[in-house]
Design a protein around this ligand. Structure first.
Ligand code: HEC
Length: 270
């Protein structure tokens, strides 16, 4: 079926389409639907989001402490800035972000750009601006940013890879380690971060259907992003409850969803 089917919708066609849906033919979901379908209000509690942003800023500050530190960590800082923007967008329906999401996202994306250009002074200034995020306020309601356009898939997957390593480590923890002070919070933090990254994956749902010729559709992209997101919500829940068995189960579900998307969409270059 043509990917542009929605734009050609006429009332007569709508009835046919409804019938097609009823008898079980699926219509390719477009990226707009993926975005609209992604609820952000309940992805993570506001205070946990704030904690995530605070840790992110700590890293950014250490990466801009000196010019030489910056030169070594510019790439990591670029990715961290993207992660920050994604977290803010994932939490833009929380009270904590209601009056901040717009300017914070803009600043974080600007930071990613100057880090990529290795511009130390600008990076340092933008990190300082983000560090003051509790004071940032704007009058407008936070605009929804299309993370599919704002964050390159490559950067997104590099952040996903790093968080995945932390989550994988957590699947090997003993009960005693889970009970260490601050450990469950730390792991919840990683799970929340991955949840936010899944929102960006959903936004990356292809507008067109480049894989149609391989018998695949962008439906797989959307489905596997959503499966990853669902598994991440379970990961966070299990981490809060320090339930290592449930955590492992959710990790396996997440891992399966990663692979299902890669099987179709990831072109190996190595
Ligand atoms: C909806 C599809 C999709 C899902 C879900 C997905 N990925 Fe990816 N992933 C991709 C695509 C596409 C690429 C290739 C990106 C590029 O380099 O252009 C990729 C690349 C990667 C890479 C290589 C990045 C690098 O270092 O160059 C890693 C690692 C990775 N993904 C890990 C994961 C993990 C872990 C998960 C699950 C938590 C996951 N991915 C879920 C689509 C997906």
């Amino acid at each position: 079926m043509a990917p542009s089917i929605r734009s050609r919708l006429v009332p007569g066609l709508a009835a046919v389409l409804m019938l097609a849906l009823v008898i079980g033919l699926s219509v390719p979901a477009d990226a707009e639907d993926a975005r609209n379908g992604a609820k952000t209000g309940n992805l993570m509690p506001g205070p946990e989001l704030v904690r995530n942003l605070e840790l992110s800023i700590k890293f950014m500050q250490s990466a801009t402490r000196s010019a030489s530190e910056f030169n070594q960590k510019a790439k990591a800082l670029e990715n961290e800035a993207y992660a920050f923007a994604i977290l803010v967008q994932a939490g833009r329906d929380t009270d904590e972000m209601a009056r901040k999401a717009g300017p914070l996202t803009e600043t974080a994306l600007a930071l990613a750009a100057v880090a990529k250009k290795k511009n130390y002074n600008d990076a340092k200034n933008l990190v300082a601006a983000l560090a003051d995020f509790k004071k940032v306020e704007s009058d407008s309601t936070p605009p929804e940013v299309n993370l599919g356009k704002a964050v390159p898939i490559r950067n997104l997957m590099e952040v996903v890879r790093d968080v995945d390593q932390e989550l994988k480590k957590a699947t090997r923890l003993t009960a005693a380690s889970w009970n260490q002070r601050g450990k469950a919070d730390e792991i919840t933090n990683h799970a929340n971060r991955m949840t936010a990254l899944c929102l960006a994956m959903l936004h990356h749902t292809p507008e067109t259907d480049p894989d149609a010729k391989k018998g695949q559709t962008s439906k797989i992209w959307r489905e596997t992003s959503q499966e990853t997101l669902d598994a991440c919500l379970e990961l966070a829940k299990a981490a809060r409850a320090k339930n290592s068995a449930e955590f492992k189960k959710a990790y396996m579900a997440m891992d399966k969803a990663c692979t299902r998307c890669h099987d179709v969409y990831r072109v190996e270059e190595d």
